[in-house]
Design a binder for this molecule. Structure first.
Ligand code: PSV
Ligand code: MN
Length: 426
């Protein structure tokens, strides 16, 4: 389904008067409003191809209908999101869930929707139909060299698909680990994994990055071979300058201080990017900002401060990979993604309100109360109008979710694709 600009313009016209009044007010309150709008317009976050259908859990899946049944339809769905918010200008593919049959056609289709290809993701956490050797006991860590080799070759294959599409990075997330004490020799598992990653790294094109994503647990419940940022950092620092640590917000043990992790990885020039989501307990699938928006703001605050001139070595880096990574059972996936992008933009805008100089002064004076006031003052500022204004200026919707609902986009997708079309993914 193709969404016409005129339909967005019509919706914006009806909302213009109220928006204008709110924006005038916000402009008076926020001295750097124009600068923030400029930064918001430039900000793009990639949509994962596997979040366009209903996720589900191991207990069940409750699809809502109209899911994209092919890679082409997935691109159309991301195109729809991008048309609505002008901030979702990239798609991240998971191989082999989304193998392009004709990379040229797929690239052309994506370009028609204004989309680029973000990181490509390998999958050695599932066995595929016809696969010779099983990943039941791990992939890159496996005690069996032939299994490691199969997993290495898969990753190299994924890089090739990425090259064909114009991607510039590979994300490696491993479910490798163990479920019971005694099952695994931790050191051997690490060494095997490092050796396997080195073989993959050696095939990376010159201008590519490798992101090593960590996760505290699941599907392994006793040990994970890339279980936290320390382990990921060990791998990426041993691998070399093209390897970076990827932070998936839901992959920490409860109450971990993610903003501190972000700050230190930036200090070392090893922060590669993000998978945005949120969690209450031990999950990684809730919508970013739905549970802990203050944490999201604090993370953005570290990102903004860490990329200020003078905070080398990060400024030498060529930008982060920003991506959403969530999927669940109970919301319309496209509505959920609109909410996710909105939450990210709001936190980003709020972090741009922080008076870095005043904050540093408060810190130097051990003025804890002042420091908290500065941060919470920014966090409690309503910046939603700035986010809407940034969309309005680029022809996107003042209120994307409202357009999605009032134009009955899901109903139209169901009419086009049927109630039983199921997207590939978990
Ligand atoms: C694993 O939980 C993860 O966060 C990895 O990024 C995977 O690629 C993705 O989710 C989909 O399973
Ligand atoms: Mn992830």
């Amino acid at each position: 389904m193709i969404l016409q600009s005129t339909e967005i313009e019509k919706s914006n016209a009806g909302k213009q008067a109220k928006h204008k009044a709110l924006f005038e007010f916000a402009k008076n309150e926020i001295p750097n409003a124009e600068e923030i709008i400029k930064r918001l317009i430039d900000f793009q976050v990639a949509i994962p191809s596997w979040a366009l259908g209903t996720g589900g859990t191991r207990f069940g899946r409750f699809p809502g209908g109209g899911e994209p049944g092919s890679l082409e339809q997935k691109i159309e769905d991301v195109g729809l999101l991008h048309k609505l918010n002008n901030s979702s200008g990239a798609i991240s593919l998971h191989i082999p869930w989304d193998i392009p049959t004709s990379p040229k056609d797929i690239q052309e289709l994506a370009a028609q929707h204004g989309l680029a290809f973000d990181a490509v993701n390998s999958n050695t956490f599932q066995d595929q139909a016809g696969q010779v050797l099983s990943y039941k006991f791990g992939s890159l860590q496996n005690v069996n060299k032939a299994i490691r080799k199969q997993a290495i070759e898969h990753n190299i294959e994924v890089i090739k698909h990425g090259v064909d599409l114009g991607s510039k990075s590979l994300t490696v997330w491993l479910s490798d680990g163990s479920c019971f004490p005694g099952q695994l020799n931790f050191r051997k598992a690490f060494e095997n994994t490092l050796e396997s990653l080195q073989e993959i790294y050696a095939t990376l094109p010159e201008d590519w990055k490798m992101f090593v994503e960590y996760k505290a647990f699941e599907p392994n419940f006793y040990s994970m071979t890339v279980g936290d940022w320390g382990q990921s950092y060990l791998y990426t620092s041993k691998l070399g300058p093209k390897a970076y640590t990827l932070v998936d917000l839901g992959h920490h043990l409860p109450n971990a201080n993610i903003e501190q992790i972000v700050s230190l990885l930036m200090m070392e020039g090893k922060l590669g990017g993000f998978h945005f989501n949120d969690s209450k307990y031990g999950d990684d699938d809730l919508t970013v900002g739905s549970i802990n928006p203050y944490q999201l703001f604090l993370i953005f605050n570290e990102l903004v401060q860490g990329t200020q001139p003078g905070n080398a070595p990060f400024e030498a880096g060529s930008g982060f990979g920003w991506m959403i990574d969530a999927s669940h059972n109970v919301k319309d996936p496209l509505e959920d993604l609109l909410q996710a992008v909105e939450a990210i933009l709001i936190s980003y805008a709020q972090s741009l309100l922080v008076d870095a100089k005043a904050l540093e002064e408060a810190r130097e004076n051990n003025d804890v109360v002042k420091a908290q006031e500065i941060l919470q003052g920014a966090y409690r500022t309503d910046v939603r109008t700035l986010v809407s204004e940034s969309r309005l200026r680029t022809g996107a919707a003042i209120d994307p979710l409202d357009v999605f609902r009032s134009l009955k986009i899901r109903e139209k997708l169901i009419a086009e694709r049927g109630t039983n079309s199921i997207a590939t993914g978990l």
